[in-house]
Structures are given as C-alpha cells and as structure tokens.
Ligand binder design. Sequence first.
Ligand SMILES: [Zn+2]
Ligand SMILES: [Zn+2]
Length: 114
Amino acid sequence: MKEYMISRKLNVPPVSKERMEYLINNPNTEVEENEIFNIYRGKCIVCRKPSIVVHELIPRSLLPNSWRRWINRVILCNACHHDAHAHGTIVERDFLVLCRNQRLGEYWNIWLTQ
Ligand SMILES: [Zn+2]
Ligand SMILES: [Zn+2]
C-alpha cells in the first residue's frame, strides 16, 4: 500500500524550472500535494528516503487560511515525521526550514535566506 502511494505521487509530471521560479517569487501560492512531492523529488527533506507524508512547518491550527501555501509544506518519511511531532513542531521548525532550504538549493539552485 505504501509503495502504491509513493508511485502514485511520483507518477505526475515534474515541476518545471519556470514553475519553480514562479513559486519562489510567489511563496504564498497554494499547491496540491503532488506538487509538493515533485518539488522535493519524492524524498524526505531530512534523510532523503522515499517520502509519503506532507508536513506543515506551521500547523494548520495556527494558519487556518494560509497553511496550503507551498513554502509552508514539506515532505518527510514516516520516521522523520514521527520525530518532528515527537519533539514538537515548534522546536523542530528551524531544523526543518534549514533542510527545506538546503534541498531547494540542491534541487533547484534556489537559495532562500528565511
Ligand atoms: Zn526522513
Ligand atoms: Zn506533520
């Protein structure tokens, strides 16, 4: 079942460089889960294992109207997702933001400073 979920999510067209440039210039853009998976190439932003979970850096409860914006959403494997919640999302957020920015740089040559 998990493998089906992974292949389903990866079996969509990759994000284009043009689309990525648009997203970087418009960080509040709301996107579908599939696009989040494609931005990070289907790999956990922490450990790079195939990922099946979309995680919100700032939880929905604190961003009721804007949690869908792409910059707030990353993908994690089950183990790293468990860790993120076990340690508390606020404690873990700075680390995940760092991981997110590193992957965006690595995959898209985009370097965020925030
Ligand atoms: Zn992981
Ligand atoms: Zn989560």
